[in-house]
Design a protein around this ligand. Structure first.
Ligand SMILES: [Zn+2]
Ligand SMILES: [Zn+2]
Length: 499
């Protein structure tokens, strides 16, 4: 039996979302009377209130600080709800690029409807007005800069993954906690990869476990396979659909494609489309934050700007002004003839443009769907990799599908579409794989590791692997994998005293 511990020496950890799942990330940390909340996401496979973290299970008015790791839906999209519909009254922090992109992303998601897509009972979680009125409450901060808020010290570090993504180092009364958010460590075309905070002994590491112990094939090989897959589709006269999240990894894929097209003139007559309402706004943000990116993109930036200047193209140029990519604001302006490469959102084809194109293109075997992101359980992207014979049609905006009536489709009214297109999957999701994650965890060597952001089976495999590494240690690490709403209480001896 354990010795009784003074409750004031315990760290409390609670997942309101993202426990044994990928989606609706939200974690609570309490120590010495201070409360920190990590992320405020939505679940991409659910609609309306069901997509939210379990906010009812915790008194949000006690939160001192809320930290948002990056702009992805599963980490940031319920923030306007928290700020406008709950009793939360703490302070909110994110990095500058995250804040800039978050603004457009949320605005766009409200316009296309952050509402039920599959049922007629539309529940709007928040309005554009809620978003715009709460946006100024968000405080933007820089990497490597420490802020102290009611004696909680926070410092963001680059996390790779997407522009602006941060790992947060949090210090409460001497206890040091590192939250990775989503992170990556491989060389990318535009991002600075994640770094281990230097000369800092971490007591608690909260890390993602998306890929469990699975390992990615090397980047160079993966890119070659991706390009072969795309060109195979084009060579047989098909259309290649790449469902992507509107922003973030899409920019990396566009860099890869644009570079490949510039080296292979035989494909230059085949258009690459980037279908996003946000294309222009994003480009401005991406141009603005070139300084927050890696040396590769900075060099490309200088080269392109010099070329543009030499050609007298003032206001043009830069690495995000692609040579072979055309932006599409909507499908109304899209002339669907002949082969093409189409990057369209949303990434998991829950609804919207990517879903509409999937339904249009799936019956033709010349076409191909290429999944490059992480697909959450319960979404079309996850379903289609199993190559079903048929997929279910949904009513998309603007279509008058008579099969849909209030109360949902009745039995026998489901419209099914044959799936003859090819389906392939390559990971460009920019999450660490099993090996990279294990190496990072070993490097941090925190005595307490809490796994979040992973489907249960992946998380359990990683947990077993980490436990097996304990055999080589004098002090075994404690590894936790809490489910949602399962409160952890972790004792820390009184040696953690504020300096
Ligand atoms: Zn992410
Ligand atoms: Zn995520």
């Amino acid at each position: 039996d354990e010795e009784p511990v003074d409750p004031s020496d315990e760290l409390m950890f609670l997942c309101l979302g993202g426990g044994n799942e990928v989606g609706r990330s939200c974690h609570i940390i309490q120590y010495k009377g201070k409360t920190v909340m990590l992320d405020a996401g939505m679940h991409p496979a659910y609609d309306g209130l069901a997509a939210l973290p379990f906010y009812d299970e915790f008194d949000l008015s006690t939160v001192d600080v809320l930290l948002i790791s990056h702009f992805h839906i599963d980490h940031a999209a319920s923030l306007p709800y928290v700020l406008s519909k709950t009793n939360f009254k703490g302070r909110v922090f994110m990095t500058h690029p995250t804040k800039a992109i978050y603004k457009w992303l949320v605005q766009d998601s409200v316009r296309v409807g952050n509402i039920s897509s599959s049922s007629e009972q539309k529940v709007q979680l928040y309005t554009e007005a809620d978003h715009l009125s709460t946006f100024p409450m968000i405080e933007a901060i820089d990497y490597y800069t420490t802020h102290t808020i009611s004696s909680i010290r926070i410092t963001p570090y680059p996390a790779g993954h997407v522009l602006g993504a941060a790992m947060f180092l949090i210090e409460i009364a001497g206890l040091k906690i590192l939250f990775t958010g989503d992170y990556s460590r491989e060389e990318d075309r535009h991002l600075i990869s994640a770094e281990v905070p230097k000369n800092t002994k971490i007591d608690v590491l909260i890390t993602e476990s998306t890929y469990g112990i699975a390992s990615h094939i090397p980047r160079v090989q993966r890119e070659a396979q991706l390009m072969k897959s795309i060109t195979d589709v084009l060579n047989r006269g098909g259309r290649a659909l790449l469902p992507v999240f509107a922003l973030g990894r899409a920019q990396e894929l566009l860099l890869i494609l644009d570079e490949y097209w510039s080296k292979h003139s035989e494909y230059q007559k085949i258009p690459i489309y980037y279908a996003s309402n946000l294309a222009r706004k994003c480009m401005v943000v991406y141009q603005t934050y070139v300084s927050a990116m890696n040396d590769n993109i900075k060099r490309l930036f200088r080269e392109r700007m010099a070329e543009a200047e030499a050609a007298g193209d003032v206001g043009k140029g830069g690495p995000w002004d692609f040579r072979f990519v055309r932006s599409l604001k909507s499908l109304e302006r899209f002339d669907d003839v002949g082969g093409c490469v189409m990057l369209a959102s949303p990434g998991m084809m829950q609804n919207g443009v990517s879903r509409e194109l999937l339904e249009r293109w799936a019956p033709d075997q010349r076409n191909g769907v290429i999944i490059t992101g992480y697909s959450v359980e319960g979404t079309m992207a996850k379903l289609i990799v199993h190559e079903p014979e048929q997929i279910q049609a949904i009513m998309t905006k603007g279509s008058n599908n008579p099969a849909r009536r209030p109360g949902g489709p009745r039995e026998g009214e489901q419209i099914m579409i044959p799936r003859r297109c090819s389906v392939q999957e390559f990971s460009f999701a920019a999450h660490v794989d099993g090996t990279e994650n294990r190496e990072f965890i070993e490097e941090i060597s925190a005595p307490v590791v809490i796994l979040v952001h992973g489907e249960k089976h992946n998380m359990m495999r990683l947990k077993s692997k980490l436990l097996s590494l304990n055999a080589d240690k004098s002090v075994p690490a404690k590894i936790f994998s809490p489910a949602n709403c399962e409160e952890l209480r972790i004792p820390f001896k009184a040696d953690k005293v504020a300096k």
